[in-house]
Ligand binder design. Sequence first.
Ligand SMILES: O=C(O)CCC(=O)C(=O)O
Ligand SMILES: [Fe+2]
Length: 293
Amino acid sequence: MAEREASYLRALAPFGAEISIAHLSRAVFAQLPSWTRKYRLLILHGLGELSSDELLRLASAIGEPMSQGTSLIVDIREIDNQFESFLFSSAPVPLHYDGALGSQAPDLVMLRCHRSSLRGGGGEGLYVDTVRSFQLLAEETKETLRASTVIYQLSDGSARTIPLIARDMYSTFETIRLVANIADDGWRNDSIEIAARDQSGRDVTSTLLSLVEQLSTPVHCYTHIWSAGDIVLVNNHAILHGRRSFPAGAGRHLQRVHIRCNDAITSKLSHSNFNHPERNYELQKGLEGTDNG
Ligand SMILES: O=C(O)CCC(=O)C(=O)O
Ligand SMILES: [Fe+2]
């Protein structure tokens, strides 16, 4: 397995792995759930154009695509005169995990680049493996963070209180769970107010803000320059993600799928007869066999 893994995978710095292949063999398919657990951030290159159906079939080979409002795929692109969210603008997106302030966080976030920011760059994806980052912090800082709770005041008047440190569901290591409202260039999301308290009620918001700043540095953060066709798979329980701003009108377009992975699905996959490395399938073919191997 190590040999096969080495031929497909390249480790990224400071964490994560990328796979560059034109076709998804069944062997690679079968490994995607466990590689996403192991590396927490997996980038697939070289698969070329995928239709929405193919994207969903790829997601279904890993877990169960979840409804995001009215659809299974959300187009993340600049939309004129929309006031729903800065996600659909050219603004940066501060570090966060998906579903944090909603009802259910997905296990995996799959992002696919339909079009990168052609003019002037920008729009890079930012990813922080908070299992790794937490381990790198000073013991004293860890203690403060473990005792911290974050209070999110939302623009609709509601509030959420969420412990800052949780356990990664796959590894049970400690992870940092945070929705930041400030991006690395200083841009601020005014629709969320954030405060942090420790167990005795002491205000530790400044510790939280310096943590966000620290997580945005290259020691902690992997920066992905998108090319059309790239697919990024994110363990949403361990990774915080965000993006840099891009020039208005640059045409950047990602598609997002939220995936639930229950053990039944992942163990079915890793034990299924997908595991026949001798045959390479075109993506379309490989995806067709996902239900019965
Ligand atoms: O635009 C991006 O790179 C990511 C946006 C994002 O955080 C999301 O779609 O959940
Ligand atoms: Fe997100």
